[in-house]
Design a protein around this ligand. Structure first.
Ligand code: ADP
Ligand code: MG
Length: 356
């Protein structure tokens, strides 16, 4: 297992990149802990696969270095990096049996046959294919094949890291849940460094200790699910995490006073922003209280979603979402208050902390 250092990584697929827009990865400079379970979360095209392939060695970055436990591996092959990678679609040997597919990475490394047998049988249990061991892989369905791919990634216990690139895309929803729990259990048991790519926030938040949110070729935040929820570093994290996402409204600042449209609110600190910055106020729908007190809103619709209501309204000329309890009374002349501790101020889309 290894600590992974991404040392000023940039990547452009085309030759002679000129502007930032030519880079699929703009600048990634982070260290990931040994034994951590990381989810790489972001919309399609934001650079997740590019980053994963740079870590595994399938892709050589245009700039920067990759280190495993402090050792430069930038010019090493995937094999030499000792990485297991599971792709979005099955990569297996069709003409081999299910058993031999799983045994292959172990036999390849000279693991003694009794040990191979023990581990392959364990893995067959985990991926629920024990009854299929002697079948040729080509006869299997797409999701069974993908389970073999997962098994091949997980069967070795000597890897530096296991990388998953949206591995459950072809798996049906019920099995998805089962496999995700198995992955989590295996991670606890063996403690390997895991990087799991997904565009699904539920998958990321349930799987990982740390979620790495990517947007437009950059990592915009690395945090625990709670940190992403409570203090989104970038407005994108605010929108992307949560359902509905964070309310983000154009604002102006004057010391500790922030204004949205004609409404003003007092902060308990003075965010430092430059006069030319685009300033926005962010507040999650869960931290807006609706009732008879506070600032006026005009409600456009209320959706009952079981234990909560989602209220859509217009506040100071801006559309907002509010999450209210299922038994909350919503008056006709409704007013709202914002929990001051839950307000974030953004300058050019980045959160301005208390420290400035
Ligand atoms: P994700 O996995 O988040 O969907 P990718 O890393 O696959 O994103 O892609 C990031 C960007 O790089 C996209 O704009 C994509 O079109 C581009 N890209 C990916 N692979 C290649 C390639 N082989 N050649 C050129 N451009 C590519
Ligand atoms: Mg991808």
């Amino acid at each position: 297992m290894a600590r992974i250092t991404l040392d000023h990584i940039r990547h452009a697929y085309g030759p002679n990149p000129k502007s930032e827009a030519d880079y699929a990865l703009r600048e990634v400079d982070h260290e990931w802990n040994d034994g951590g379970a990381y989810a790489l979360l972001g919309p399609s095209g934001c650079g997740k696969t590019t980053l994963l392939n740079i870590i595994s060695g399938l892709l050589h970055p245009s700039h920067g270095r990759i280190l495993f436990d402090g050792q430069d591996v930038t010019n090493l092959t995937t094999q030499a990096r000792n990485i297991a990678q599971v792709f979005q679609f099955p990569v297996i040997y069709d003409t081999m049996t299910v058993y031999d597919n799983l045994a292959f990475p172990l036999r390849n490394r000279g693991v003694p046959e009794p040990e191979v047998d023990r581990r392959v049988r364990d893995m067959l249990e985990i991926i629920d294919l024990s009854g299929w061991a002697k079948r040729k892989a080509q006869r299997l369905t797409a999701d069974q094949k993908q389970k073999i791919s997962l098994g091949r990634g997980l069967v070795r216990n000597d890897v530096n890291a296991i990388l998953f690139d949206e591995p459950l895309t072809v798996i049906d929803p019920q099995m998805k849940w089962v496999l995700r729990s198995q992955l989590k259990r295996l991670h606890k048991q063996f403690g390997f460094t895991m990087v799991y790519v997904t565009h699904d926030q539920t998958e990321a938040l349930t799987f990982a200790d740390k979620v790495v949110v990517m947007y437009d070729g950059q990592i915009v935040q690395i945090g625990t699910p709670a940190e992403l929820f409570e203090r989104p570093s970038h407005t994108f994290v605010g929108y992307f995490i949560g359902s509905p996402g964070m309310n983000v409204m154009p604002a102006t600042l004057d010391g500790q006073t922030v204004s949205v449209g004609g409404e003003t609110l007092s902060l308990d600190y003075a965010p430092k922003v430059a006069p030319s910055d685009k300033v926005e106020l962010g507040i999650r729908p869960e931290f807006i209280r609706i009732g008879r007190e506070g600032m006026p809103v005009s409600i456009s619709r209320v959706d009952d979603i079981g234990r909560q209501k989602i209220v859509r309204a217009s506040f100071a000329g801006q559309p907002i979402a509010i999450v209210a309890k299922e038994d909350a009374e919503i008056p006709a002349e409704a007013r709202v208050t914002f929990d001051p501790a839950a307000i974030s101020i953004y300058a050019n889309s980045w959160r301005v902390g208390r420290e400035g």
